[in-house]
Ligand binder design. Sequence first.
Ligand code: CP3
Length: 343
Amino acid sequence: MTQLKNDLLLRALRKETVERPPVWMMRQAGRYLPDYIKLRDKYDFFTRVQTPELATAITLQPVDQVGVDAAIIFSDILVIPQAMGLEVLMEEGKGPSLPKTIKTKADIDALITTGAEESLSYVMNALSLTKKELNGRVPLIGFAGAPWTILCYMIEGKGSKTWDKAKQFAYTQTELAHALLQKITTITIDYLKAQVKAGADTVQVFDSWAGSLSPADFKIFAQPYLLQIADALKDDAPVILFPKGSWYALKELSESSAAGVGIDWCVSPQMARELTQNKITLQGNFDPAKLLAPIPDIKKAVKEMIDAFGIQNYIANLGHGITPNVPVDHAKAFVDAVKEYGS
Ligand code: CP3
């Protein structure tokens, strides 16, 4: 195996001492990069995802062009519904949609929970090709959607501001909701283990819509499945949980088998540290919209963010994905400011 030349991310996740925090950006491979747009204009979304050479080229763009300390494999969380037997469409500018949503017990019974390594072999091939092309420059991150977030798409069939149909399903057909969440959890564990086998050095679980739940309902419908995934992967690779919006769960998550937890910008670094007591590495939490501020303001805010978190047990990142309207030099200023910290 190639020795990593830059292993800051893995050291931060193992709580080892680092010279400076590692930095990467959620959704760092995407539409703010002109070279991504060029490939997007030539190949549709799932062709990009399913062709290892294209997925690898896109994964490497932010490493080469923005200088991040980690690569995250180009794919999508909605490949899991596909592997479970559902159709997922991606319409340019409109986001994802599932023509057939989950409504009944029979729909849930029909879902496939095995064979992710084979049905998603293109992800494994993209990971091993990317690993080879990286040649040890930076660690490679694998990922999956969290069970609650995947349930949201399976029930609603598209994005939502409130996720009220998904929540209605959870609150009125609770037993079925748990059966569905468990099926998603089972295949996701297999999928993440296969990603590690194929070359992922760490994996992140995106619970993008966790924050739609109250603290009490998060504990019922999201947290148990996140913990199940973290427990199952603990001997494979460090796991980063990102339940967006769920700052209230930080104390309990810091006592789990996860190595890291991502936070958004609605919680202060001080409060996040207080809740987690340095038991877990924190990742975040720069407001992605702040990347639209003038560059000197970005640099100042990054310095203040690291001052507040501290250098150790910390991964500099955004509090959610980078948006397409961020100028590349602003993204680069964010990354550079982390690299320049303390010098
Ligand atoms: O660089 C990376 O982070 C890796 C690639 C990545 C994508 N999706 C590529 C993508 C990752 C990690 C994801 C995860 C993902 N996908 C999440 C969780 C992260 C988050 O932002 O909360 C979610 C909720 C999805 C579902 C999804 N996929 C949505 C809602 C959309 C449309 C939104 C949009 O930005 O248009 C997608 C499409 C998608 N996935 C794009 C990219 C780069 C944009 C479409 C395109 O470029 O054609």
